[in-house]
Every structure is written in structure tokens, then in C-alpha cells.
Design a protein around this ligand. Structure first.
Ligand code: NAD
Ligand code: G3P
Length: 370
């Protein structure tokens, strides 16, 4: 009897070990406004699905001092990111870690969510410290500039630098609204159905509904380009135009997004623009986003984008102006600026090469009207 009981417990221990080793450990790389909102979702989901996931979620935090305390300390003791997502409690199983390599230890799933301009540098720090079996997902909107004139998707940077597969999650997702659990949707771009399903399990909640698309490049490109259009919407608002003009900016922006994908990402499907990552994100960003808000103030105050970003966003980062630069960097090198007049005008206005009041003039002769 005794012998059988001990054998049974050995089997149980083996079984538990097996299940433990199959459990996925999640690392969130980034902890800004969206990073913190998504940490709330992931932290709650892994506890609800503790048979599939380790319940501790490590979140890399770019350390800074707030009123004499370290931000990591505040998050770990008070369970709130008081700087980037104030007023929202984070689950206690989300652990803030200031060392990116330490946060990545033993992780099976990497969620990349930081302003895109910092991504390559952070990825380089992770090089060599990532399990070869890990998978990544990028929530980052923007491009990486390639020497010699091209641009890379952020997921390509992850694949190249870390040698792991990488999907993306994009959508109409203003972080504060998601953190307040207001119903919305998102799109996961992932060619591999098994990884797509695993990632959907990690992110979906009753209020955050997800559709998987295999058209992964288009999903990601939509997320990056919509931030440029949002800047244009802000210019139109700052210039005092009404809703018809903003609708025209959104439509022409969408047409340039579609053309951009056709030219640079052949095989892109038009149906993808009807997902949350496409038209829905464009609408939300052109009405409620940070890029729109700062661009409106840019026209009204005459201050530079950098000054306004510092004054208005308390450390949060704009993605639209740098993305307009990155896209222009490529279009210019290919002598294709004329084919994308809205993207081009927005970049030139941000750089002070064109006056804001010339924005609408640039749209009056858009190739869409020829
Ligand atoms: N905020 C949103 O509503 C939202 C929604 C969907 C997608 N996104 C996208 O998610 C990505 C991250 O946005 P966010 O809102 O979480 O960030 P954010 O705009 O809040 O940026 C602040 C973050 O950048 C970090 N940071 C500052 N300097 C840094 C450096 N040198 N190196 C590394 N990190 C540094 C800060 O510590 C902080 O965590 C962006 O690409 C954004 O477009 C944002
Ligand atoms: O606040 P923005 O302009 O960075 O936009 C936020 C999100 O990308 C909207 O989906």
C-alpha cells in the first residue's frame, strides 16, 4: 500500500513537472501608457489560465525616479504605474524589473510595447538572452530605419536580432479606455495559426475582443501609418476646419495606406483594412489620440513638436512625427514623394519645411482626384 502510494505520488510529481514545463512564462518589454494597460490584461489572464501560463508576469521598466522613489518600487509596492497609467491598479502578479535581461530570463512569450524609436537598442540588449523556442508579439507602431534608404517592420527587427518568430497586435486601442475596460477590438497579425491562437488566448478578455489575421505585414503597417494620418487630422483641427475636412484627411490617409501596402508589401489584402487595425484605428486616432492632440496644438501655438511633446505628454512619446520621417526617408530615396502627398506634406510640416496652412492645399490636388 505504502509502496503504491509513493509510486502514485512520483507519477503525480512527474506529471506536475511536465505541466509546469509546458506553462508559458510571459515577459512584457515596456511599461508606458499602453504597456501598463496591457500588463493589466495579461496579469489577469495568466491567473485565470494558470494551467497554461506561469502566473508571474515580468515587466521591464525603464527606471526613473518619481518624488524620490524608483518607478519599479512604486509599481511593485503600490501596484500602479503612477506616471504612465495613473488611477489604474495593476494585478499584483505583474512584477516590475529594471534590468531588461533579467526580465527576459526563461520567458516563452515576449510582448514588445515601447516607443518604436527605442526598440532596436532594447532588442540588442536582449540578444543572446532569449530562449530559441520563445515567440514574440509587437504592440509597437512605427518603423525602423535601414541604412541606405529603406525601412524595416519592428517585427523584422525582432526576428533578425533575436532570431524568434514575431507577430503583431494592432487596433483601435487608446490605452486609457482599454484600461477602463471599455469594449473594443484588436487584430493580431500572425502567419502561424498555432502561435496566433496562443497569443489570442493571452490577450483576449470579455471587453477586449481579438481577430487573428494571417496578413501580418499589412496589420503592422496599418498600425504604423495611421499615426501619420492622425497628425494630419490634428493639423486640420488646428486650422479650424470641420468634420468634412477631417473625413477627407482620414479617407485620403487610408488610400495612401492602401497604396503604400500595395507598392511595398505586395500580396497585402484589402480586407485587412476593414479590421480593427485598419479603418477603426484610423478613426479613433484621428479623434482621440495623442498625435492628433499635439498636432492641433502645433498649429495653434507655433511651438515645435518636441517642445509640445514635453509640455503635454508627461514623458509619453509621439509616434506620428518620427514615423512620417521614416516613411519620407524611404519615399525620398525611391523618388516617390509625389505618390504620397499627404504623408509627404505631414512630414514637411513637422520639420518646418512647409507651413501648416499649406496642408489642405497639398490635398486639393491629390492623385485620388485625378
Ligand atoms: N498609448 C496608447 O494608447 C497606445 C495604444 C496602442 C498602441 N500604442 C503603441 O505602443 C507603443 C508604446 O506606447 P506606450 O503608450 O506604452 O508608451 P509611452 O508613449 O507611454 O512612452 C513612455 C515609455 O517610454 C519609456 N522610455 C523613455 N525613454 C526611454 C528609453 N530611452 N529607452 C526605452 N524606453 C524609454 C518610458 O519609460 C515609458 O515607459 C507605441 O509604439 C505606441 O504607438 C500605444
Ligand atoms: O495616442 P496615439 O495617437 O499614440 O494613438 C494611440 C493608439 O495607437 C490608438 O489605437
Amino acid at each position: 500500500m505504502h509502496c503504491c502510494a509513493s509510486k502514485a505520488s512520483t507519477f503525480e510529481a512527474d506529471d506536475t513537472r511536465l505541466r509546469m514545463s509546458e506553462k508559458k512564462r510571459v515577459c512584457i518589454v515596456g511599461s508606458g501608457n499602453w504597456g501598463s494597460a496591457i500588463a493589466k490584461i495579461i496579469g489577469n489572464n495568466v491567473v485565470a489560465m494558470s494551467d497554461q501560463f506561469h502566473t508571474e508576469v515580468r515587466m521591464w521598466v525603464f527606471e526613473e525616479m518619481i518624488n524620490g522613489r524608483k518607478l519599479t518600487e512604486i509599481i511593485n509596492q503600490d501596484h500602479e504605474n503612477v506616471k504612465y497609467l495613473p488611477g489604474i491598479k495593476l494585478p499584483t502578479n505583474v512584477v516590475a524589473i529594471p534590468d531588461v535581461k533579467e526580465s527576459a530570463k526563461d520567458a516563452d512569450i515576449f510582448v514588445f510595447v515601447l516607443p518604436h524609436q527605442f526598440m532596436r537598442n532594447v532588442c540588442k540588449q536582449l540578444q543572446g538572452g532569449v530562449k530559441p523556442t520563445a515567440v514574440g508579439i509587437s504592440l509597437i507602431k512605427g518603423f525602423d530605419v535601414k541604412e541606405g534608404g529603406g525601412i524595416l517592420l519592428i517585427t523584422t527587427v525582432v526576428r533578425e536580432v533575436l532570431n524568434i518568430p514575431c507577430a503583431s497586435l494592432m487596433g483601435a486601442n487608446i490605452a486609457n479606455e482599454v484600461a477602463s475596460e471599455n469594449y473594443c477590438e484588436a487584430t493580431i497579425g500572425c502567419k502561424d495559426p498555432k502561435n496566433g491562437q496562443l497569443l489570442k488566448t493571452l490577450f483576449q478578455t470579455k471587453y477586449f475582443r481579438i481577430v487573428i489575421s494571417e496578413d501580418e505585414d499589412t496589420v503592422e503597417v496599418c498600425g504604423a501609418l495611421k499615426n501619420i494620418v492622425a497628425v494630419g487630422a490634428g493639423f486640420a483641427d488646428g486650422l479650424g476646419f470641420g468634420d468634412n475636412t477631417k473625413a477627407a484627411v482620414i479617407r485620403l490617409g487610408l488610400m495612401e495606406m492602401v497604396n503604400f501596402c500595395e507598392v511595398f508589401y505586395p500580396g497585402s489584402q484589402q480586407a485587412t483594412f476593414l479590421e480593427s487595425c485598419g479603418i477603426a484605428d484610423l478613426v479613433t486616432t484621428c479623434y482621440g489620440g495623442r498625435n492628433r492632440k499635439v498636432a492641433e496644438a502645433f498649429v495653434k501655438t507655433g511651438k515645435s513638436i518636441e517642445v509640445l511633446e514635453n509640455e503635454m505628454l508627461n514623458g509619453q512619446k509621439l509616434q506620428g512625427p518620427p514615423t512620417a520621417y521614416e516613411v519620407n526617408y524611404m519615399l525620398k530615396s525611391k523618388m516617390m514623394e509625389d505618390r504620397f502627398p499627404l504623408f509627404t506634406a505631414i512630414h514637411k510640416i513637422c520639420k518646418g519645411e512647409l507651413k501648416p496652412d499649406q496642408f489642405i492645399e497639398c490635398l486639393k490636388n491629390h492623385p485620388e482626384h485625378m
